[in-house]
Design a protein around this ligand. Structure first.
Ligand code: PBG
Length: 342
């Protein structure tokens, strides 16, 4: 700061001409030439919800433009994604029935494995990711198997949950997923998944770890979309405290050491500082999840004519890239790709 003020006074005293950053903002071509951060369709990952119990798309009321899809739509959806140039998709599943351990998530005929197979059959080059977590499959909605401690406190049993997650990752890999993405926040799950995948011959299947995932209010609409709101309590016992940034680096380092191929920070907008810090702390690719509540918020404001939907969308996605994300999981993916292609 000191130096800049000296420079400024110096200019005036010595009669230098005004320094004019605006010269490079004159035309859109000049602006494009000097733009530091760019956004491309293949930086985007579209989340999709496949519901085993429906035959026609079922709109998610809190997320305009997003629907739960029947598995029969998987191939069409795959084609739509590659036509728009979107980089990848990530699949979530809604099973027909749930149980306390989320065993429906291990069914090779469940909605996610079936959708993966249909998408890869239709468009083999499409990058298909599968979210690995039990919350969509448990009747209580938590991201793990429960146990009651002698004190009477109910908690998520970390190590028993790991067994189920590892099995789920192998089921999704066998169905053809290119990437499995554990979102549960159990300790040690990346290493556990890596060992299980390798032991089953899936050493080429990548792991995208939701390494830094906060206990956030912004997951609200997703819990309707994936029908996975916890029936009691909250997720603060396993997801991160919003006040913590140093801990994010610790989580990222642990997952890298356990063998993660890519790391993710989630949500995106309230944690851009954390995203930047994680980006600077690792050489792995880093993604960010622009979550359901961030999406719903923009739509809600645009519906009331408070902001311009498309401009706000592009500004948000650019800001997430500028903070250091190599790729962005976002429900805006198809529309943003359309705008970028125009
Ligand atoms: C858990 C999971 C969640 C999201 C992705 N994976 C919900 C949660 O942790 O409560 C949220 C994504 C979003 O809000 O868009 N399997």
């Amino acid at each position: 700061m000191e130096g800049r003020r000296d420079l400024w006074y110096g200019e005036r005293d010595m009669g230098f001409p005004t320094i004019r950053p605006r010269r490079l903002r004159r035309t859109k071509e000049l602006r494009a030439l000097v733009r530091e951060t760019t956004l491309a369709p293949d930086d985007l990952v579209l989340p999709l919800f496949f519901n085993a119990a429906i035959d026609v798309p079922h709109p998610v009321t809190t997320m305009p433009g997003v629907s739960q899809l029947p598995v029969s739509h998987a191939a069409t959806e795959a084609r739509r994604i590659v036509e728009r140039g979107v980089g990848a998709c990530i699949l979530f599943g809604l099973p027909r029935a749930k149980d306390p351990e989320g065993r429906a998530g291990l069914d090779p005929e469940g909605p996610v494995p079936r959708a993966i197979r249909a998408m890869k059959d239709a468009v083999p080059e499409l990058v298909v990711m599968a979210d690995v977590c039990v919350d969509e499959y448990t009747d209580h909605g938590h991201c793990g198997v429960l146990r009651t401690l002698p004190s009477g406190i109910v908690e998520v049993d970390n190590d028993r949950t790991l067994e189920i997650l590892a099995e789920m990752a192998v089921v999704f890999a066998r169905a053809g997923a290119d990437v499995v993405a554990p979102s549960d926040m159990m300790d040690g799950r990346v290493g556990k998944l890596r060992v299980a995948l390798d032991a089953s011959g899936f050493e080429s299947t990548s792991i995208l770890s939701y390494a830094v995932k906060y206990a956030s209010a912004f997951y609200g609409p997703f819990r309707e979309a994936a029908d996975c709101a916890p029936k009691f309590g909250d997720r603060a016992g396993y997801q991160m405290d919003p006040g913590n940034a140093r801990e994010a680096l610790r989580e990222a380092a642990l997952d890298e050491a356990e063998g993660a191929d890519m790391l993710m920070v989630k949500p995106a907008l309230p944690y851009l500082d954390v995203l930047r810090a994680v980006r600077d702390s690792t050489t792995l690719p880093v993604g960010a999840y622009n979550v359901s509540g961030e999406y719903a918020m923009v739509h809600a404001a645009a519906d009331r004519n408070m902001i311009d939907l498309d401009r706000a969308t592009m500004e948000i996605l650019t800001s997430i890239r500028r903070a250091g994300a190599d790729f962005i999981l976002t429900y805006h993916a198809l529309r943003a790709a359309e705008l970028l292609g125009a």
